[in-house]
Design a protein around this ligand. Sequence first.
Ligand code: ATP
Length: 377
Amino acid sequence: MAIVAFNNVGKQYPGAESLAVTDFNLTTEDGEFIVLVGPSGCGKTTTMRMIAGLEEHTQGTIEIGGRDVTGVAPKDRDIAMVFQSYALYPHMSVRDNMAFSLKLKKYAKADIKQRVEDAAEVLGITPLLDRKPRALSGGQRQRVALGRAIVRQPQVFLMDEPLSNLDAKLRVDMRAEITKLHRKLGVTTFYVTHDQTEAMTMGQRIAVMKDGIVQQIDTPNNLYQQPANVFVGGFIGTPAMNILAADVADGSMTGEGFTLTLDAAHKDAAGARDRLTVGIRPEHLHLADENADVEAGTKGSRLRGEVEVVEPLGSLTMIQVRVGPTKVTAQIEPHQQVAMGDFVTLTCGADKLYLFDPQTEQTLIGIDAGVADKPAA
Ligand code: ATP
């Protein structure tokens, strides 16, 4: 186990005009599970490869367990990696695959046997130890790949999209297993994914990256409730947050097809701005109901438009409504009958509006669902 610290870390590939990673700063807790998430090309893999020592960082310092690892070879960093292509040796048994790196390091036979059997036990693959990889399912192979990493008892695990070769159901099962495994072993782990659901369900803290720059590092709840900017707001949460451009006057925000009422906190946050970028999550929009809305105080907030898509998902229904130039996604109850082509009126509580500065796109006010975590260090 170890604390990993990045201090102003940057990476410029030879010949590249811009930095692949810029000013990365993060100090983990000992044993923390950190997820790096962001769209393709945002620098996730580069960051992992810099921790591993497979790429040199060109700016700043990286410390593992208090040691500056600049110039330290990958094999001497005491880390273990699990990647998307887990490439087991096909001619070797599961046992030999797991033992391979320990044999290379000339561990004693009895020690290797013990480590392999302990790891197999933790992963529930003891009955598979004498099989060859071809006789395993995708999920079992992925467990063996994890086993290969675990036997080394490293200070840090690096996992780069380890589940992306698995089908959807298996991914969900395996992500729960990896989380359990992490809890059991307590090893500091960096996990890369471009899947925000995976990030939210697995990360103790999540670093959201874009164009090589960390946009925000925080707990899943805080990212959801207090996104630092429009990008994070739109990236975290499925379906994505709706983003609307609004004019502000007389305590209301208006745009083509909508009027939203500001409460005192939102007025304060908006300051003297006469334009705002508004974020509304699909789960915070409801079909308007005159009586209920008077009671709930949402009567003044209305978004109106034609329903273009209806997606019944069983426990809920997603609809897409064209509000002026914007496609707005709303989550409604399955019993609420709405058809394509209907004109509907949606509403949203003032306390569920996210406001951003229209120029900088930085947050002005998020929401507080009463479950905010302590601010991250
Ligand atoms: P993905 O989700 O697609 O794997 P990523 O977030 O892991 O993307 P990186 O692979 O770290 O992104 O790439 C970050 C940036 O660095 C990209 O612009 C990429 O083109 C560039 N890059 C990556 N590897 C190299 C390299 N060896 N030489 C030059 N540029 C590179």
